[in-house]
Write a protein that binds this ligand. Structure first.
Ligand SMILES: [Zn+2]
Length: 186
């Protein structure tokens, strides 16, 4: 799914976790970080017409969508956060929610289902695929994104924080304040 949908899903999970600010940020990062293996798209686009194109996106995308990377991310999160067991569980859940979302709704325009090599780099066997996977731009993804937005607003009003705190706590305070103000005047 798109990075925005992954971020909203991770933000909603963080909202339900009732972890502190640092824990919630860890849960959100865990929900988007598998896609840093997609950053290879930049050099690939720039070099695609050259004599030696760098196929970093084609070759490495989804190579961090693995159990090993999930464990590394969880260990790093636990080192920086309190409530270690709860943080570990939510970070692991957030990472795997990302994998699940890619599994169900990330079919590429060329029909490629982007199998998830869960046990890489040890083996490329047992990669995750699902024959019912819908396209990246399918209506299902728009519907899920819409539902996640509603959940984001609801949790922001209830908890007093939202996914915006990943970028700035001050911007998040303003966002939550505006939402609550609108609700009160409605
Ligand atoms: Zn992904």
């Amino acid at each position: 799914m798109s990075p925005a949908t992954h971020l909203l899903a991770a933000g909603v999970l963080a909202g339900f976790s009732r972890l502190d600010h640092r824990g919630r940020v860890a849960v959100m990062i865990a929900g988007v970080i598998p896609d840093i293996d997609g950053l290879g798209v930049v050099p690939e686009l720039f070099t695609r017409h050259s004599a030696h194109p760098l196929l970093w996106f084609s070759e490495f995308h989804h190579q961090l969508h693995t159990l090993l990377f999930a464990i590394i991310v969880t260990l790093v999160a636990v080192a920086f956060c309190g409530e270690r067991l709860k943080t570990a569980l939510f970070v692991l859940a957030s990472f795997h929610l990302h994998l699940l979302c890619d599994l169900i709704g990330a079919r590429g325009p060329d029909g490629d289902s982007w199998p998830i090599p869960y046990f890489a780099p040890f083996t490329q066997a047992h990669a995750w695929t699902w024959s019912g996977q819908w396209p990246l731009n399918g209506w299902q993804n728009f519907a899920i994104t819409g539902l996640l937005l509603v959940a984001t607003f609801w949790l922001a009003v209830r908890n007093g924080n939202s996914v915006v705190e990943l970028f700035s706590t001050r911007a998040d305070e303003r966002f939550v304040g505006t939402l609550r103000g609108r609700l009160r005047s409605a």
